[in-house]
Ligand binder design. Structure first.
Ligand code: ADP
Length: 392
């Protein structure tokens, strides 16, 4: 805020005016004219004036509900009066005498409840108005900063957790890939030494394929985690092609066989042979299936039943369902579990970070499909998603 040259600050100067200005180039001429006019006036009538840049004091502009600049606001004597528009100097000329008159009247017959605003700190004095608007601004700022701080802390905590999860989850495919590579290396060494290798060409190519699959899995995990760390707003890129879902389902189930066995869970499938091909990104859909089956295994107790089924629902859509007879999802949480980092309180003791389902949702949305859960609490959940049928 800037004061005009030599404004009166004497106790007689009770007429109090704020001049709101902005820094736009086409405003400067208008402002100059008003300032000159006020400067001339100040030699005859002392008054108190403050020039306020709305860019620096937006709260004050809001306080007076200003819609344009420059604007003059007479704040004392009351009533408050706002002059705005292109002909401010002309308006000032009209009002100035009346304003002075009201000052004289005020001095002669002070209102019972309003003596000099400067001396008493009356609410309408320039200083108290400016002060309270500044207080509002500062408390808004403090509130905003507190919110920002807690969001940043949240993000930092999430990133810490992601890093530890990454380290933990990468270990499996990394170990599998390095075992495959070491085996191939040993075979090559024994060949160099003239010893006979026990690795047949078929076994060798199987090991290479295994190592490649594992490195792809590592790559996928890193990409997903980076995407999750960046937030859910990031659009997911997919490369859809003609895809045989039946093959994909069985290959995923094969991969997870060990996990089902470890919890003695029974696996059922209902995947019709005549299921039409879909138009989808194989890697991404595989990832959705793995996430849903992983969850089913994780949240269903030992000995439970898990079923993977597919259904040609309409001429345009295929529906895949992963059902279990685990604890189910309470109705009020059925939407929220698809949000980023949302976990049921009940499951906080289990491994996980609440990003699997939100990732599934983003993948399915990117395919213009739907994903949802049907559930009967304590009797199980069915996670369903749809994919578009491939059209030649
Ligand atoms: P995470 O499993 O890492 O917590 P998800 O996003 O995959 O994250 O799942 C979010 C939450 O939904 C889980 O924390 C769990 O509370 C609930 N949930 C997911 N799948 C199942 C399921 N099959 N049965 C019961 N609850 C589930």
């Amino acid at each position: 805020m800037e004061a005009l040259p030599q404004p009166s600050t004497s106790s007689d100067a009770v007429l109090q005016i704020l001049l709101f200005v902005d820094k736009r180039p086409n405003s400067s001429e208008k402002i100059r004219k008003i300032r000159n006019y006020l400067k001339e006036l100040s030699s005859d009538y002392p008054f108190d004036l403050q020039v306020i840049d709305v860019g620096e004091q937006p709260h004050l502009a809001e306080h007076f509900k200003l819609v344009a600049t420059p604007t003059l606001v007479k704040i004392y004597p009351e009533p408050r009066q706002v002059l705005a528009g292109s002909n401010l100097v002309a308006q000032l000329e009209t009002w100035w005498m009346r304003w002075q008159q009201s000052v004289t009247e005020e001095r002669l017959e002070p209102q019972a409840d309003s003596s000099s605003p400067i001396e008493t700190g009356n609410d309408s004095s320039i200083h108290s108005v400016v002060h309270s608007a500044e207080l509002i601004r500062l408390s808004d700022e403090i509130f905003r900063l507190k919110q920002e701080k807690s969001e940043l802390q949240d993000q930092l905590r999430f990133k810490d957790r992601l890093i530890s999860m990454l380290a933990h989850d990468l270990r499996n495919p990394l170990t599998a890939a390095s075992i495959a590579l070491e085996t191939i290396e040993l075979a090559a060494e024994s060949k160099e030494d003239g010893r006979e290798s026990r690795l047949t060409p078929a076994l060798m190519s199987q090991l290479l394929k295994h190592a490649r699959t594992q490195t792809k899995a590592i790559d996928r995990m890193i990409t997903d985690l980076l995407q999750a760390a960046r937030g859910s707003g990031v659009e997911l890129q997919i490369q859809p092609q003609k895809l045989d879902l039946q093959d994909l389902c069985f290959s995923v189930l094969n991969r997870l066989r060990g996990q089902f066995q470890a919890k003695s869970q029974q696996l059922k499938t209902d995947i019709p042979n005549d299921l039409p091909t879909v138009y989808a990104d194989s890697e991404r859909v595989q990832q959705v299936l793995i996430n849903l089956l992983d969850n089913a295994i994780k949240y269903t107790p030992e000995g439970g039943i898990i079923q993977l089924s597919a259904l040609h629902r309409t001429s345009q859509k295929v529906q895949i369902s992963v059902c279990d007879d685990g604890p189910g999802i309470p109705e009020e949480n059925r939407e929220r579990i698809f949000e980023d980092r949302y976990r049921l309180q009940r499951d906080e003791g289990k491994d996980g970070y609440g990003i699997g389902l939100s990732l599934c949702k983003r993948v399915i949305r990117a395919h213009y499909g739907q994903i949802w859960v049907d559930s009967v609490p304590h009797r199980g959940s069915c996670f369903n998603f749809t994919l578009p049928v491939y059209r030649a």
